[in-house]
Design a protein around this ligand. Sequence first.
Ligand code: ADP
Length: 211
Amino acid sequence: MVIKIELNKRQELILQIVKENGPITGEHIADRLNLTRATLRPDLAILTMAGYLDARPRVGYFYTGKSGTQLLTENLQKLYVKDYQSIPVVVNDSVSVYDAIVTMFLEDVGTLFVVDHSSLLAGVLSRKDLLRASIGNQDLSTLPVNIIMTRMPNVTMCQKDDLLIDVAQKLIEKQIDAMPVVKPNENGYEVTGRITKTNLTKAFLALAKDD
Ligand code: ADP
């Protein structure tokens, strides 16, 4: 679940009332705003979910006093890879650099994952890897991608239950644009997804909106 951080006017008002008068019941907040309890319910739910307010049965709402940064950190700890990952685009390690370039254009991705004959992760191909191979005098249609890819065990990976914030950290640390989401088995890693800087940007936007 993603939490709205930016508050509307009415939510700001509610926050102010609870700050000054809490603990206060929903009924009393509604009275002060000349609104019905039912009208306020969604706003109170958002403020509670986002961590600004806490509610106790028969006591009412009170202000948690958490800062925006604290709340942002708490909410970031709720975002997981599995909720934001994309479909991986995979090529076999025997395909040519030429075919990999065509695949990258057709599939409209910036990173390809390379798998071996057992469909296990063997390497990664970025745009620059393919460009670098293209500026030599080599015949791209006979040059296999496994010569130029970044290979295992040097591939940075993640799993579906990892936190998005940890993936962001790894992308920045390793200076890469994407990583495969993998499922380990006894022989290696199966590629099940793809996480890119675009996925992270989408998560960032979702935090600021209400979706
Ligand atoms: P580009 O090279 O197009 O700017 P990247 O920054 O993602 O794209 O890639 C930089 C280098 O890091 C490339 O050589 C690429 O093979 C390698 N690389 C990309 N993704 C990974 C990854 N998940 N793990 C290890 N190496 C990677």
